[in-house]
Design a protein around this ligand. Structure first.
Ligand SMILES: [Zn+2]
Length: 361
């Protein structure tokens, strides 16, 4: 039988002792049942919507907290069992086609260059972002307008390499700008203001962005407290539960504390750069697409380009990807819970893991 997140407590309890110990170091797992009493007038609608009255009158909610990072998710089994609907596919296709010949379709004249010039890759060209997040803020404009054109590992590798070359050029111009960060906001639902496929890169000064720096600090504290590598333990737990697979040397897993729907974490080998994640990223994106996901965020978390006097030795290059939902949906996927408390999640990590591992790429 297909495992589900509803059985997470039992699955953790059944892990081999060393894996279970890691699970208990990192995660707190609990479940609760939410109950309600529907009026007779609602029964027909409830049955149609959720399959049965019983499914709604007692709803199991699994709460997972990462005790190291204090990140958490609330999984509702009822929401997880609802079928994934893909709506608005025609409208999306039309929007992508209608926006052809935008400035990114002719980046040499449609976008500014950085003061250190442009970096050209086989599958894209860099530009300087017009309205910047940070002192160095560039764009890697894809050679393809359509952001949903399938991308193989070679194309992703080239784009990561071109983006990294851009970061190194910025760092050469200003050696104090050493903290490289990359994001890929695919479509407006994920915060992308331009439809044309693109990634964005920043290189910041002083210290890394706070969430990245917090992860570095917490992982070092974990080692001090337990004498164990945090990232190795994180992988051990996810892999032990059947949530992980390896691709081209990278560890890929469906997160137990996703920031939002269907979050995947890819951990590379410490000391390698992010281009080593290309095949794994391509695999996740193709699994997303098979599941109907068209709008997603990707972020790269990597050590600084040059030494900054801090200990980054344990910090593997890694990528996080998250599904941002149906572009036709006017309700935001991020509400008060996600901003201030914990993420409310419908997608079951066990189902996601199966889709990820079965992918051909
Ligand atoms: Zn375009």
């Amino acid at each position: 039988m297909q495992p589900t997140i509803a059985e997470l407590e039992d699955r953790v309890a059944a892990l081999p002792p060393d894996v279970r110990a890691a699970a208990e170091r990192i995660f707190a797992v609990s479940s609760t049942v939410g109950r309600l009493d529907p009026p007779a007038e609602m029964r027909e609608w409830i049955t149609k919507q959720f399959g049965s009255i019983d499914a709604v009158t007692a709803q199991k909610i699994v709460r997972v907290t990462n005790l190291v990072m204090l990140e958490g998710a609330l999984f509702n089994d009822l929401r997880a069992r609802r079928p994934v609907e893909v709506k608005g596919a025609d409208e999306l296709r039309e929007t992508i086609e209608r926006s052809r010949n935008d400035p990114f379709c002719h980046p040499e004249t449609g976008t500014p260059a950085d003061t250190f010039g442009r970096i050209r890759g086989k599958h894209g060209l860099t530009a300087s972002n017009v309205a910047k997040y940070d002192g160095y803020h560039g764009v890697l404009v894809f050679d393809e307008h359509d952001p949903l054109v399938p991308m193989d590992a070679e194309t992703i590798h080239d784009r990561l390499l071109t983006a990294r070359r851009w970061a190194l050029a910025a760092n050469e111009q200003d050696p104090s700008a050493k903290y490289y960060f990359l994001i890929w906001n695919c479509l407006w639902r994920a915060g992308g203001s331009i439809v044309h496929g693109h990634m964005q890169m920043t290189v910041t000064r002083g210290m890394h962005y706070p969430r990245v720096e917090m992860l570095r600090r917490r992982s070092l504290e974990y080692d001090e407290q337990y004498g164990r590598d945090y990232f190795d333990d994180l992988w051990l737990v996810h892999d032990g539960l059947g949530l992980g697979h390896e691709r081209d040397g990278a560890r890929v897993f469906a997160s137990l504390t996703p920031v939002k729907e269907s979050e995947v974490v890819i951990l590379g080998r410490p000391g390698e750069d992010d281009t080593s994640l290309a095949a794994a990223i391509a695999g996740v994106i193709s699994a997303y697409r098979r599941r109907g996901v068209v709008s997603y965020n990707l972020a790269l978390l990597v050590p600084p380009l040059i030494a900054d006097g801090n200990d980054w030795r344990r910090f593997p290059p890694h990528a996080r990807l998250v599904d941002r939902g149906d572009p036709a949906n006017k309700t935001s996927d991020i509400g008060g819970m996600e901003l201030y408390a914990a993420s409310v999640v419908a997608a079951d990590p066990f189902l996601l893991a199966e889709a990820l591992a079965s992918g051909e790429n």
